[in-house]
Write a protein that binds this ligand. Structure first.
Ligand SMILES: O=P(O)(O)OC[C@H]1O[C@H](OP(=O)(O)OP(=O)(O)O)[C@H](O)[C@@H]1O
Ligand SMILES: O=c1cc[nH]c(=O)[nH]1
Ligand SMILES: [Mg+2]
Length: 217
């Protein structure tokens, strides 16, 4: 598979640790949710590098004036959790990006056809084209869901190169689709798995992320 887009798998011990906890079928929902939150925190930290806009100024230290760099408050930072499972990652992301505006995007895939349906879209008609957008969705499987999310954003003026996707497990079909449609996109994931089973679940994956987060088995 040839990928043009940039897919980062940060080699961080905390990311590996929480991925192991999330993968373990014996992990109960409360701990699973904590693991996903931690992954959201560290993946967002990694994704923010060279993405969050900064501004240069000076501050007066107790001893003298010195240069200082701050996050530029004029550039909108937008987080888009894909319901339901993206909410767990969002919790961690918000610890890194406390001032982000949150737009909850509801997309569910049909369990038989695997086709995504959007049931909640609170987006404005147009976003500020300079907006930095973080999409949170733990599972990139067939890619139907994430492609729909990208379509809804780019249609409203978002530049794909300013989007960061954080996911826990990404599979080749999703990465292939994103690569063809959005070559300038950047994805941060805890792992890239082998592929999908006949029901569209990622193998080895971690099962149904939404059900495991919210205890709906
Ligand atoms: O790449 P795809 O094949 O489209 O699958 C990935 C999507 O499937 C899951 O959501 P699901 O539809 O189960 O909704 P949920 O989060 O509400 O459980 C997951 O959270 C992703 O959003
Ligand atoms: O493995 C998968 C694939 C899609 N959605 C999930 O929650 N898990
Ligand atoms: Mg689900």
């Amino acid at each position: 598979m040839t990928l043009q887009l940039r897919v980062y798998v940060p080699p961080h011990p905390l990311i590996k640790h929480w991925l192991g906890v999330a993968r373990d079928a014996g992990t109960p929902p409360a701990l699973f949710k904590s693991a996903i939150k931690e992954l959201g925190r560290w993946l967002t930290y990694e994704a923010a590098r060279e993405w969050l806009p900064t501004m240069e100024t000076t501050v007066q230290s107790p001893l003298s004036e010195c240069p200082a760099t701050f996050i530029n408050p004029e550039v909108p930072v937008v987080a888009v959790p894909i319901l339901r499972a993206g909410l767990g990652l969002l919790e961690g992301a918000q610890t890194v990006l406390p001032n982000a505006s949150i737009y909850h995007l509801g997309i569910v895939r049909d369990e038989k056809t695997l086709e995504p349906t959007c049931y909640l879209n609170p987006f404005p008609e147009k976003f500020d084209p300079l907006s930095r957008v973080l999409i949170t969705d733990p599972m990139l499987a067939t890619g139907g869901t994430i492609m729909k999310a990208m379509e809804e954003l780019t249609f409203r003026g978002i530049d794909a190169s300013l989007v960061r996707i954080i996911s826990v497990v990404a599979a080749p079909p999703a990465l292939q689709k994103l690569s063809v449609a959005y070559p300038s996109l950047n994805i941060y994931t805890a792992i890239i798995d082998e592929g999908l089973n006949s029901q569209g679940y990622i193998v080895p994956g971690l099962g149904d992320a939404g059900d495991r987060t919210f205890g709906t088995f």
